[in-house]
Design a protein around this ligand. Sequence first.
Ligand code: AVI
Length: 322
Amino acid sequence: MRPRSLRVFDLHPSPSDFEAEVVAGLSKARKELPCKYFYDAEGAHLFEAICATDEYYLTRTELAIFREHLPRIAELVGPRAVVIEPGSGSGIKTRLLLEALRSPAAYVLVDLSRAQLLATAAETAGTFPDLEVLPVCADYTQPFPLPEPTSTSGRRVLFYPGSTIGNFDRTEAEAFLHRMGERLGPGAAIVLGVDLKKDPAVLHAAYNDAAGVTARFNKNLLVRIAHTLNADIPLDAFAHYAFYEPREGRIEMHLVSLSDQTLRVAGRDFVFARGESIWTESSYKYTRAEVRAIAGRAGFTTLAELTDAEEKFLVTVLGVPE
Ligand code: AVI
């Protein structure tokens, strides 16, 4: 059967958003950059490489949970589901979910990177010819349209794996879940992957892999700024620095300036003292009880909590009460 043609919903996120957010972030007293900008083509490739490192247990642990528990998830979700995935996500996890569900009606994928979005959409449409694939090019942290499938459909299911929720701070994570619950409506579900709190040494290693892939991923943000915003940034003048902060329950990732230096970015000068950092990402870790509590406050009931034997990672299925 021939795949259907793709209906693309394009909100035209513009390059000037990137420039404005980089300038705003570097202008702060404590410099920071939004982690959503890691994922240009090279960043997406480096992230895939991180997922394959021995130290970054998150991806393979979550995949193993999915492989073991997908029949249960499919039963909870029911037939003719509309699967909505914010962010590019790992193709493997989405494919496993779509294969496990009973006659899913549609797949709505939302991503900032148009090229990546269209490539994933075309690939999914080729693999699942009966599925309506509805790509939305937008920043999903902002309001975006939720296209309706043309055929009759069942539950709306937000698929948010990979502990991407951890890249929001705790207040933002709760607000995001709350907003999504309201958008999706009564009866909808969320399949959410969350990294759990554990031995800090294990967490530390996951963000400081021996081969230096995470360091390259972090520094790639500077490469992107250099290319896109016409800046001259000496990469060896910054160090990758990631550590676990147990009181906040988060990994903090920084780029630390190794000298006094001034960077000219988008026609402006940004002065760095030696040792000054740009905070590039937080990855919050949760206990099972914290996930349940945040989900409850956001208006969800917990339908299932699925973990690996060592409780490294949690996949929770949440429902919006009817
Ligand atoms: C996408 N996100 C959940 C990853 C994380 O673990 O926070 C991104 C990442 N950063 C460093 N390594 C992986």
